[in-house]
Ligand binder design. Structure first.
Ligand code: ADP
Length: 545
């Protein structure tokens, strides 16, 4: 998961969806991956500037592996990118900078929202009802060459702003440099903002983002766990960083796989002397997230009382006293294992899982052992709103196909045999498309695929280890079939190239060699065989036949 939400991988995953559903995925700023797409970035910016000379964009450069604002800088022109040395060794994403964020008290802020990915198959997503708003500590001005380096003005990272003299620790959840998101919504609501709409836009952003990320996750999961067998399944608490634009449109900044669950902050008592003090706002939000996660992930609902012993309960707040809460939470966090055993393939609305209404009654103090717990903070949004979003799960369906034809378990590479089986099962091979043509098609897709990703030694459609910044997710290989017009008609178009081969008995495809100009199948011993090359129309042709 950590790898899936790295800046480059996230950008790629969202971009695939942006290509398919541009309207639905316009919540993510246009991004380019560096160094690979540097020329593309330069060319596209130049093109837009030529068309509209009044366009004065700003871009934000973020190192792929960076976090907490590390290595981030703003630029006004592609030529300002610090290419020398660092980019090659430290790939990055360059992104359109959102110049008009919503300001509160003249300050830019972002939202950290906690999302529980409870299950991949079936997909279950929960969103915390409250989140954190992290404020900059210098009044915001639109980017200008003179203020681009003002990190306290442009970057909302807590880890940076805490070092500003203007950082305000507050005992209240609605003031200071870190507040609850609900307090912001309250304030917006008092100004007449339709906060229901804000929430529904945010929920939609979260669901769409998860839909973009899950196909590849499922391929990885499936390669490890045999299908249909009970096995460990995983859950993950994700931290979504969201920026509200001036017009209240939410923009996804990034997704954190390991969001900080600290509920205390460092305070400098006297110069050089620091102390950890409880942070009310962190507690308010994070304790509830952890509590509900434990509650939801406990498949047997056993020993629930032990999670939050009664002695901890403070009647007024239905919460333990702060100091006890701190130690109790630490204890629980230390016990919190991110990987839990759970039965695979449980029906979605399993009776064991409390639906929303059950949880609500528990929080209202029903007979359930949870009756004394505070109200629910994690709300299910998927499959609850599945109907509205299922049409976006196209890549997911491609991942299903990919997984189905993977062949040997443990592999993440669709080999030539799996590809043949796929063609056969889809009945594409009946009629005009011979198996030899299928092999050629396989070689072509592999060649195109590999030229898009890292150069691999061997053949195979890969899910792309997302572990490399240049790799792309597997289902994209399937997208090739669509995006390059690989319909049955087009497949039949390969016939001409394939016919001379079809006369021969199809053999097991062999390892591909990369020559300077094309992929070649090495000749069988002692026999002259044609190579394959690219024709003028970009289609694969058989040479020497
Ligand atoms: P990191 O993982 O290092 O925190 P982020 O992507 O969260 O990186 O970016 C850090 C901060 O930069 C964000 O919290 C936000 O304030 C600002 N930021 C990031 N991307 C954009 C953007 N496209 N437009 C405006 N501000 C941004």
């Amino acid at each position: 998961m950590t790898e899936m939400v790295r800046k480059i991988t996230l950008s790629r995953a969202v971009r695939i969806m942006q290509n398919l559903f541009p309207e639905e995925y316009n919540f993510y700023p246009r991004s380019w991956i560096l160094p690979d797409e540097f020329q593309l970035f330069v060319a596209q910016v130049r093109m837009v500037k030529d068309g509209d000379p009044s366009w004065k964009p700003t871009f934000i450069v973020k190192p792929d592996s960076g976090c907490q604002g590390d290595g981030i800088y703003l630029i006004k022109d592609p030529s300002d990118i610090r290419l020398a040395g660092t980019l090659q060794s430290r790939p990055a994403v360059v992104q359109e900078y959102i110049c008009k964020p919503l300001l509160i008290d003249k300050l830019k802020f972002d939202i950290r929202l906690y999302v529980l990915l409870k299950s991949l198959e079936p997909l279950e997503i929960y969103i915390a009802k409250d989140g954190l708003s992290r404020f900059c500590t210098e009044p915001y001005q639109e980017p200008h060459p003179r203020n681009l380096h003002h990190i306290f003005m442009h970057l909302t990272n807590y880890s940076l702003n805490i070092h500003s003299g203007n950082f305000v620790h507050s005992d209240s959840t609605s003031t200071g440099s870190k507040r609850t998101f609900s307090s912001i919504l309250c304030r917006l609501s008092s100004k007449g903002v339709d906060i229901k709409k804000v929430w529904s836009d945010i929920i939609s952003l979260v669901i769409k983002t998860v839909i973009a990320l899950t196909p590849e996750l499922r391929v990885f999961y499936q390669s490890d766990i045999p299908a249909g067998r009970p096995g460990p399944t995983c859950f993950q608490i994700l931290g979504f960083d969201i920026l509200l634009m001036k017009n209240l449109k939410p923009i996804l900044l990034e997704v954190n796989a390991n969001p900080s669950m600290r509920i205390e902050h460092e305070q400098e008592l006297s110069p050089g002397v620091f102390e950890n003090v409880p942070s009310l706002v962190d507690e308010e939000v994070k304790v509830a997230v952890i509590r509900d996660t434990l509650r939801l992930m406990d498949p047997f609902k056993k020993k629930r009382e032990n999670h939050f012993p009664d002695i901890y309960m403070d009647r007024k707040h239905r919460f333990p006293p702060v100091s006890d809460r701190m130690s109790s939470l630490k204890l629980q966090l230390s016990k919190l294992s991110i990987v839990r055993s759970q039965q695979l393939g449980k029906p979605l609305a399993s009776k064991e899982e409390p639906p929303d209404s059950d949880l609500a009654s528990a929080s209202a103090g029903g007979a359930s052992p949870e009756g004394h717990l505070p109200s629910i903070c994690l709300k299910q949004v998927f499959p609850k709103y599945a109907k509205q979003f299922n049409y976006l799960r196209l890549v997911d369906r491609m991942a299903n196909l990919f997984i189905r034809f993977l062949g040997i378990k443990g592999t993440m590479k669709l080999g030539p045999t799996g590809f043949r089986t796929f063609i056969r099962n889809c009945k594409l091979s009946s009629g005009s498309l011979s198996m030899a043509a299928v092999d050629i098609l396989y070689i072509d897709i592999t060649r195109r695929w590999n030229s898009m990703t890292v150069v691999h030694q061997d053949s195979g459609l890969r899910p792309g280890s997302s572990f490399g910044p240049r790799c792309t997710p597997s289902p994209v290989a399937w997208l090739f079939l669509r995006s390059h017009g690989w319909t049955t008609t087009r497949l039949a178009g390969l016939r001409g190239a394939a016919q001379p081969l079809s006369a021969r008995k199809p053999r097991k495809p062999r390892k591909l060699l990369w020559t300077r100009r094309c992929w070649k199948v090495p000749p069988y011993s002692g026999r002259k065989e044609p190579g394959y090359g690219l024709g003028n129309n970009g289609c694969l042709t058989a040479k020497g036949v």
